[in-house]
Design a protein around this ligand. Structure first.
Ligand SMILES: C[S@@+](CC[C@H](N)C(=O)[O-])C[C@H]1O[C@@H](n2cnc3c(N)ncnc32)[C@H](O)[C@@H]1O
Length: 184
């Protein structure tokens, strides 16, 4: 099982954000929508092995997305944004440590994706042997320092996936490809 934490630092948009002109009107929630698409959608339908938690650090809201969240939702940014907008209305509010306690099993490998980390290749064996993997990463902006400290103190390994700064959605797609290759 894969659990992805997308950690958003920018202000939480209103649950009424417009679906027209959404990039500016949604405080760049289009970035979140692209991560959702990368996390769940394959060329042949929705992945059944993934959960995504979008943690909005300024409001403490968490949007929880599971494969079942996408029944009947077309893999298009605008449709995903409409789903996210509905979720914003009654999202649970937790602090980040509480969220980790609730949803991260103890025996999962914990990865924090950061350009400052050591190479993901160094932990590939550990990742492939684990019963599950938790991956935390930033959105348009990096993970804020207070949350980075929580990751550091709760056993997340800081790993880099390459020499450049990549889009969050590309990082998620890359991690899926690495994990998909574990069995082969
Ligand atoms: C678009 S980046 C955030 C802003 C970017 N770090 C900057 O300096 O402008 C999105 C997130 O993807 C992850 N990321 C990007 N490149 C990475 C890399 N080479 N290795 C590991 N994680 C990376 C990090 O979690 C980062 O916060």
């Amino acid at each position: 099982m894969r659990r992805v934490f997308l950690l958003i630092h920018s202000p939480t948009p209103s649950p009424e954000f417009p679906l027209k002109g959404y990039a500016s009107g949604s405080r760049r929630f289009d970035v979140v929508a692209r991560v959702v698409l990368a996390a769940f959608h394959t060329g042949k339908g929705v992945r059944s092995d993934t959960e995504l938690y979008v943690y909005l650090s300024d409001s403490g809201k968490t949007l929880t997305l599971r494969p079942s969240s996408f029944r009947g939702v077309e893999p298009r940014e605008a449709e995903v944004l409409s789903t996210l907008r509905d979720m914003l209305k009654d999202a649970s509010i937790l602090d980040f440590s509480q969220l980790l306690d609730r949803v991260v099993p103890r025996n999962y490998v914990r990865l924090y994706l950061t350009e400052k980390g050591s190479s993901v290749g160094e932990v590939l064996g550990e990742i492939c042997r684990a019963p599950g993997v938790v991956v935390a990463l930033g959105g348009k902006e990096d993970v804020p320092p207070d949350i980075e400290r929580v990751l550091d103190s709760t056993g997340f390994l800081a790993v880099s996936i390459g020499p450049r700064s990549y889009l969050s959605s590309h990082c998620v797609a890359f991690i899926h490809m690495v994990l998909d290759g574990c069995g082969s």
